[in-house]
Design a protein around this ligand. Structure first.
Ligand code: GLC
Length: 744
């Protein structure tokens, strides 16, 4: 059945081609199919007479010089690369993507294909019986997105639950897999868009659509999900290696109300010997919520505060929101208005809307000039020694307008193209993060920036990590953070995490203990909670929970060399830090359904306890390895469920056989001492190897070779050490070998 709203693209009337591009004039639109590489093909379609300017915020790479394709025209047209054959039929136009061996990966749905519904563009695609979907950025709900439908419209949604579609981030990138066929589709359209992944009556097709604009998507083929994700990040970019301290534990609250309170929290961490690297200033550090100011009463001497914190081993991260208080006596507002940096209404007057400071004006971050100006405003914060910046409310949230955001007719520069909010909305947060990132890079070129954002679009990994916004202190939200972050990780954003302990509502001691145990293995590890809720620092829940938190936070610090290895992989080739089981074990069919466990790097299997009162849980051990219980060192075969004991102080944690975990003695913050001894904890397997990646942990010198990589092999009771690269002078003098946690 054809879709009643859809006006199909129709038959092909003309075909033109060059080496790697075929262009079609159809009855109702133009279509261009371009091979960018052996495994990446782009499809663009427009109902206009011609294509618009080729412009995308998400795409980092625009030059693909090596793309080699062969085009054959006949009854059908084929565009073939080494890995992909794209076949296009003429009456009507339908596109099919097949692997080099002829296996069809995916195709236009024969009945519907692509087309238009008024201004909307849509592609209907075939859905295989055993097809599963992952990725899709920051979405709640189950890990496998098959059968779900959701929109992409960045939304400040503090009461979101298990199945809310539109939340803070839009990454319209889909990963599809079924035995023997893997592909990805990046649907690059910044208007409100919509994925229906088989939530249709016949369950035989799925569709992707956007409110307006061109149909513009990239098809990624690969031999595995790994290839698909790597292809996507080849196009949209990869994260940089964050400063090493960013891997540490972070404590936040809305808000620590004064410098004294921040220092008191800091002292508590050190007195109680709970490791911590980062403290946050939420909005109350500012003067009347005016960004780039400090409250003179409560934070009178920020330089001294930051200095004292640094001596204690803490970095301070400050929040910066996009809303600039509409106050002509305030420098940011005044200068921004003089220079025309803020968004205007179609009639030319300033657009204003309410957020924390009351009435605000908003920078147009889709303008290079504005981004540069905004970036420079971080100068004082950087000179004061602030560790990094937290970008919030950048969906953008505008409370007193319908839908909680700007009206759709507000004009945006969109880097020279002048569009309305309809097209710019989903890239507002992305471009705010970009402005901040570029500012930080310019202001402190020798230091890796640290930046967290709530809202984002595809490609944001080049500029910022993502935290998943306002969750609740509930078991449901704790559980959903696992598939949410796993899918974000498959969508290019490897550095991500939720508010540990939950943001709104009061956390209980049991929930905090369980969430901190699990949070210790998320890439971004920050405890945060809202104004008016129970205090959430680890010591607020009695000595037992404090001890549990101390133990797990400390374990993360002991595992820091392992974490750093894994972060380096993410920066290098977009390998997720936090991985679904199928990333490492694609042949283990059951792993695709497991959304309450994850792998941290290649070796650690984490099975959080997600139910109140539980003292044990079933853990799926993926087939393809043997598994050691981290606590008891008992060895289990893979491919089975085991029941792991989980009294409150125990997080079920397993180590893959054949791993060597590089660790250190416990520290209270990442830079507490020079690490001159690495502990190598060996978990023997058929082949037992481990790695140690090192660099200075703070500059970009690693990009030009200042890093060292050491490989360890354990065989017959002996450790072999092999330097793979040595551009960085490692302080490590000693390797202490443990086997299954025991001294040798
Ligand atoms: C938003 C943020 C939250 C923050 C609050 C106050 O709700 O998501 O993390 O604490 O604003 O700044």
């Amino acid at each position: 059945m054809a879709d009643p709203g859809l006006i199909g693209i129709g038959n092909v009337q003309e075909v033109h081609h060059t080496d790697n591009t075929v262009e079609f004039q159809c009855e109702r639109g133009r279509v261009r199919v371009t091979a960018l590489s052996d495994s990446i093909v782009r499809v663009r379609a427009t109902q206009a007479a011609d294509f618009g300017p080729d412009f995308s915020y998400a795409v980092a790479r625009t030059s693909w010089p090596k793309a080699k394709a062969t085009v054959r025209t006949g009854r059908e047209i084929t565009l073939a690369t080494k890995k992909l054959t794209v076949t296009i039929t003429r009456e009507p136009l339908r596109i099919e993507f097949a692997a080099a061996d002829g296996r069809v990966l995916n195709a236009d749905d024969p009945a519907r294909g692509m087309g238009w519904d008024g201004a909307r563009c849509r592609t209907h695609r075939t859905l295989a019986r055993d097809e599963m979907f992952f990725g899709c950025g920051e979405k709640t709900g189950q890990l496998n997105k098959r059968g779900q439908s959701f929109g992409f419209w960045n939304t400040d949604n503090p009461s979101h639950t298990y199945l809310n579609g539109e939340i803070y981030v839009s990454i319209p990138f889909l990963v599809s897999t079924r035995p023997g066929a893997h592909y990805g589709i990046f649907f690059d359209n910044t208007h409100r868009s919509f994925f229906n992944l088989g939530h249709v009556e016949d369950e035989k097709h799925y569709f992707l659509e956007a409110d307006a604009g061109e149909l513009d998507y990239y098809f990624f083929a690969g031999d595995s999900i790994k290839d698909v994700v790597r292809g996507y990040t080849e196009l949209t970019g990869r994260m940089w290696l964050p400063p090493r301290w960013a891997l540490g534990y972070q404590q936040c609250r809305w808000s620590y109300m004064s410098a004294d309170e921040v220092l008191e929290v800091a002292r508590n961490f050190r007195d109680r010997k709970i490791p911590c690297d980062v403290l946050y200033c939420d909005i109350d550090y500012m003067d009347g919520y005016r960004v780039f100011t400090w409250n003179p009463q409560t934070f009178p001497k920020p330089r001294e505060l930051i200095k004292t914190l640094r001596k204690m081993g803490f970095r301070l991260v400050t929040i910066i929101d996009p809303g600039v208080k509409n106050d002509d006596g305030y420098a940011v507002c005044q200068e921004g208005k003089e220079k025309g940096m803020f968004l205007k209404k179609p009639d030319g007057s300033w657009f204003t809307g309410n957020v924390w400071p009351g009435e605000c004006v908003f920078p147009d971050f889709t303008s290079a000039r504005v981004r540069q100006w905004w970036g420079q405003w971080h100068k004082d914060l950087m000179e004061l020694g602030v560790g990094g910046i937290w970008n919030d409310m950048n969906e953008p949230a505008v409370w007193n307008h319908p839908g909680g955001t700007m009206p759709n007719d507000i004009p945006f520069e969109y880097d020279g193209q002048w569009v309305t909010h309809k097209r710019a909305h989903n890239v507002f947060g992305f471009n705010m993060a970009r402005a901040c990132h570029e500012g930080l890079r310019a202001l402190r070129p020798k230091q890796r920036p640290f930046l967290i954002t709530r809202s984002a679009y595809a490609g944001v990994q080049r500029y910022s990590l993502i935290w998943t916004g306002d969750n609740h202190s509930s078991w449901e939200q704790f559980a959903l953070s696992i598939p949410e972050c796993l899918n974000l990780s498959l969508s290019g954003v490897a550095f991500c995490g939720p508010d540990v302990g939950g943001y709104s509502w009061n956390c209980t001691s049991e929930l905090l203990a369980r969430w901190t145990q699990a949070g210790a293995f998320f890439p971004f590890f920050r405890n945060h909670t809202a104004l008016g809720t129970r205090r959430q620092e680890p010591w607020q829940f009695g000595p037992e929970v404090e001890e549990i938190c101390r133990r797990y936070i400390s374990l993360r610090y002991q595992l820091l060399p392992y974490f750093y290895n894994v972060f380096r992989e993410a920066a290098h080739d977009a390998t997720p830090i936090m991985r679904p089981l199928f990333w490492e074990f694609p042949d283990d069919a059951h792993g695709y359904a497991v959304d309450d466990q994850f792998l941290l790097g290649p070796s650690l299997l984490v099975a959080p306890v997600l139910k109140p009162g539980a003292t044990q849980r079933a853990v799926w051990l993926p087939a393809g390895a043997e598994w050691y219980d981290y606590w008891t060192k008992e060895k289990h075969a893979g491919g089975q469920y085991v029941t792991a004991a989980a009294p409150l102080d125990t997080l079920p944690l397993f180590v893959r056989s054949g791993s060597i975990l590089p660790m250190t003695e416990p520290v209270e913050f990442t830079s507490q001492k020079i690490i001159d001894e690495i502990i190598l904890d060996v978990y023997p397997g058929k082949k037992t190897v481990g790695w140690l990646y090192e660099d200075d942990g703070e500059s970009f010198d690693y990009e030009t070779g200042a890093h060292s990589l050491t490989q360890f092999t354990w065989a017959d009771g002996d450790l072999e050490i092999e330097k793979k690269s040595s551009g960085y002078r490692s302080p490590v003098k000693n390797h202490r070998v443990l086997v299954l946690g025991r001294e040798q």
